[in-house]
Structures are given as C-alpha cells and as structure tokens.
Design a protein around this ligand. Sequence first.
Ligand SMILES: Nc1ncnc2c1ncn2[C@@H]1O[C@H](COP(=O)(O)OP(=O)(O)OP(=O)(O)O)[C@@H](O)[C@H]1O
Ligand SMILES: [Mg+2]
Length: 252
Amino acid sequence: MAEPIIRFSGVTKSFGDNSVYEGLDLEIHRGETLTIIGGSGVGKSVCLKMLIGLMVPDAGTIHAFGQSVTELGDQGLISLRSRIAMLFQGAALFDSMSVEDNIKYPLIEHNWGTPGEMNKRVSEVLEMVDMPGIQKLKPAELSGGMRKRVGLARSIAIKPEVILYDEPTTGLDPVNVRRINGLILSLQERLGVTSIVVTHDMDTVFTITDRLALVYEKRIAFAGTPDEARNHDLMYLREFIQGGRGTLDIDF
Ligand SMILES: Nc1ncnc2c1ncn2[C@@H]1O[C@H](COP(=O)(O)OP(=O)(O)OP(=O)(O)O)[C@@H](O)[C@H]1O
Ligand SMILES: [Mg+2]
C-alpha cells in the first residue's frame, strides 16, 4: 500500500483530569474513505481537530503530507487547512451572512483570486452539492439538510485534498442522509479526495467506507475493512456495528 498521507503516532491528549487519548495510532492513505466510529464523548471530534491544529496533543506526533502538524506556525497551519478542510459537526455556517458570503469566506482567507473568479467558484460548488442559484439565501432560510450541503460546498470550495466530515448526516432524514453519502462518494470518485468521516450511522459506514476505525479505550482499538470488522474478536466492535448505533453506547 502507498505511504500514508496522514499518520498519528502515540498521541496522548487530556483536558485537565479527563484523559481522552493514551496512545492514538492511525494512518490514512491517499484516496481512501475512512470512517471513525465510537461512543459519544470518546474523542472523535478531538482527533479531527488535532489533525488540523485546532487542538494540540500533549505528546506523540501527527504528520500530514510529510510535515509535523504540531511544529507548523500560523502560515503553515493556514496552508495545511487549504489542503485538509473540515466540515464541522452542525455545519457551523455564519447566520448573518448569505450562502454566497459563507462560501467565499475560505476563498478570501486563502487568496483565491478576483471577485469574478470567486463568484464562479461559488456557483460551481453549489452545483456540485445540487443547490445551484441559492447564493443570496441566508442560513436561517435553509433546512438542516441544505445547511449541511452548504457547509460541504464551503469545505470543498478551496479544492482540498482531504475532507474531514464530523457527523455529516446526524439529525437528517433518510433522503438527506443518502444525498450526503452520495456527495461524499462522488467527491471521492470524481475528484479523488481523501475523506475521513466521523459518524454514528452504520448505514453511512457501510455505504461509503473503505476502512473504518473504532475509538475505544483511549486509542484506535481497530482499523480495517468492514469485513474485517464484522469478523473481529473485539466484542465491542461487533456489537457496535451490529447494534446499528452501538448497543453499549448508553450515552447516545
Ligand atoms: N475544548 C475542550 N475543553 C475541554 N474538554 C473537551 C474539549 N473538547 C472536548 N473535550 C472533551 O474531550 C472528550 C472527547 O470529546 P469529543 O468532542 O472529541 O467527543 P466525540 O467522540 O466527538 O463525541 P460526540 O459523538 O458526542 O460528538 C469529551 O470528554 C469532551 O468533554
Ligand atoms: Mg464529536
């Protein structure tokens, strides 16, 4: 298999007395779709945030594209985030801004080009998420599914190589779940992007996944294909995937 483009090695992370990771190891390869599963509050979002330098590990290393993320300065982090985009849990749109201005935000931050070029890019990405022509709407005028798709349009606007999706389908109806999953797949197929998807939804896992990783007991307890997961001897893993939403996940 090719060299991983992202590698976590021996990462530890605590918040005060709350130890979240005690030795997180994970590799991600170019072009794959990896889903991250695990109970509520185990550290899935923290894992993504550490990858783009929004949170700093206490120890261990995180490499992306051959660079050590923890050693990047402000400019290095901006450049990293143009290659690795994150769709935050809840989409996190700016409510006071139009759809167009929301999508332009990262374009401006990354010096995309002239106003004309930015307008063209906004149109392109809205088409990619099947919502052409909604530039002037405000987030409050959109349904939950539409907001997620605008969030996705914003994430892909700067043509990232890797997209991190934090629970992209949570709270959506089945039609919108399928639509978002279809978009994740088509971005991978059409643009060759690498995707890391945090999800509680097993349909999503089995529809889009090349490999899945389970966060359990403060580390990645399993990483492998769905078939390997089904046959693995870690009972929690089998229960998690068979129980749909994780039968032991009492916090859910
Ligand atoms: N900024 C923060 N300050 C303090 N503690 C935090 C912070 N962010 C996360 N935590 C703690 O780290 C742990 C992991 O949080 P995280 O948000 O990564 O969980 P998660 O697996 O994404 O959960 P969920 O499925 O509910 O989104 C939790 O105990 C949480 O309280
Ligand atoms: Mg989370």
